[in-house]
Structure formats: structure tokens, C-alpha cells
Design a protein around this ligand. Structure first.
Ligand SMILES: C[S@@+](CC[C@H](N)C(=O)[O-])C[C@H]1O[C@@H](n2cnc3c(N)ncnc32)[C@H](O)[C@@H]1O
Length: 215
């Protein structure tokens, strides 16, 4: 089933931007400061769960999927992205990861085909309820989904008191993130802030780990 038209137009814009940005994306300072801490958290979550079949959704140039393959050596690792430019760089990075094209909301996997799904620094681009439901669909019972996402530090009660509703960048609060997971059927096993140096407090992201119940 094709995604609805407005979503397809948005996805086209996102895809074009990231194909254009792919050559700059791997700059060491950018990776080290912005992307690496979230990827470290996902590697730790995977290490604890020990899945056999893992997919990194919105894998970009493939840095995390390649790390998963080399550091954890599961049976199969997939990297999925919508952007041809990012996937071209990913294919050059590793012949061992299986690179696939597709949107997070319509993944190229059968029901129950995976044991873990992770995604890092891309959740704000997704149709979030649709993507989390899709993660649930492609996981086998007992499978794990781990998402790192930008999330405001303002506590929920303060947010309610202040009446702030403006959220153009789709940054869910911890409780909104929790609800996205439980609404899709997951049990939330862990949720905490990504550990970063104090001076990077402006980058405030959260890891949420959900497990698909076994029965
Ligand atoms: C900031 S990069 C993050 C890449 C990688 N996850 C990382 O941590 O380095 C965002 C990526 O999300 C991809 N993306 C955005 N929306 C997507 C969607 N709905 N489905 C699949 N990929 C998407 C873009 O093509 C881009 O490669």
C-alpha cells in the first residue's frame, strides 16, 4: 500500500535533502559530537538483548548498522533508509550489512521477521505512531525496538501549566514517547536521557526501549 499523498511529498523532500547532505554527513566532529552518543546507547541496548536479526531504520550512511555488524556480530544486519545518496555511502561502508530502500512507516520486512529494530537521530522525520506500529509488526514476539529521539527537557506538568503546545519538530516528551510505544502494543523496558557531555545540554535526546510481549 502506498503512503498517503501528503506524506509521500514530505518524504520526497526529506529524501532529496539527505541525498544532497550525504557527502558532509560523515565529518568526524559532527559524528562525534552529535550522533555517536545516541548510537552508543543503542549498541548497549542491543548488547543486553542479544538479537539475531537486527535492522537500523533510517540508517543514513550506515555508521550504526556497520558498528552493530562488527561489534555484536548478529546473524543478520539490515540498514534501511529512504535516501539513495545516504544508502550509496552506506553500501561503500560495508558489504556485510544488507542495505534496503524504504520508509520507516512501510518497512520492507515480513511480519515477525526481526528480533530488534533501532533508530537513531531520525525519529523527528517519521510519522511517529505509524513507524512505531510498523516496528511492532516486523518484530517477532520478545523482539526489541529502541528509539533515540529529540525530546524536550521541560517536565510534562510544567509543559501543561505553561500551555506550550507548539512542537513543529515533532519532539515527544518522555510520557508521549512512552504512550507511542504502549499504544502500539510494546511494554516499555527502559527510558532515559542519552548521556552527553554537560556542555551539549542543548542536544537533549531520549532513548526508549520497548519489548513486544511474547504472547
Ligand atoms: C540525521 S540522519 C541520521 C542517520 C543515522 N540514523 C545516524 O544516526 O547517523 C537522518 C536520516 O533519516 C532518513 N529518513 C528520514 N525520514 C525517513 C523515513 N520516514 N524513513 C526512512 N528514512 C528516513 C534520512 O534519509 C536520513 O538518512
Amino acid at each position: 500500500m502506498a503512503p498517503p499523498a501528503p506524506r509521500r511529498a514530505f518524504n520526497d523532500v526529506v529524501t532529496r535533502f539527505w541525498s544532497f547532505a550525504a557527502p558532509a554527513y560523515d565529518a568526524q566532529y559532527l559524528q562525534h559530537l552529535v550522533y555517536r552518543p545516541a548510537q552508543d546507547e543503542l549498541i548497549a541496548a542491543l548488547r543486553a538483548h542479544r538479537p539475531a536479526r537486527v535492522a537500523d531504520i533510517a540508517c543514513g550512511t550506515g555508521i550504526l548498522a556497520d558498528r552493530i555488524e562488527r561489534e555484536l556480530q548478529p546473524e543478520a544486519v539490515y540498514g534501511v533508509d529512504m535516501s539513495d545518496g545516504m544508502l550509496k555511502a552506506a553500501r561503500e561502508r560495508s558489504p556485510k550489512v544488507q542495505w534496503l530502500t524504504g520508509p520507516a512507516e512501510q518497512l520492507p520486512f515480513d511480519d515477525g521477521a526481526l528480533d530488534a529494530v533501532v533508530t537513531s537521530s531520525a525519529f523527528h522525520f517519521f510519522n511517529q505512531p505509524a513507524a512505531v506500529r510498523e516496528f511492532y509488526r516486523v518484530l517477532a514476539p520478545g523482539g526489541m525496538a529502541a528509539v533515540t529521539a529529540m525530546s524536550p527537557r521541560l517536565p510534562d506538568p510544567l509543559k501543561q501549566l505553561s500551555g506550550i503546545r507548539w512542537n513543529p519538530a515533532q519532539q515527544p516528551t518522555p510520557s508521549e514517547m512512552h504512550a507511542l510505544f504502549t499504544d502500539a502494543g510494546f511494554t516499555v523496558a527502559d527510558q532515559h536521557r542519552v548521556k552527553r557531555p554537560a556542555w551539549t545540554l542543548l542536544v537533549s535526546d531520549l532513548i526508549t526501549v520497548g519489548v513486544k510481549p511474547s504472547s
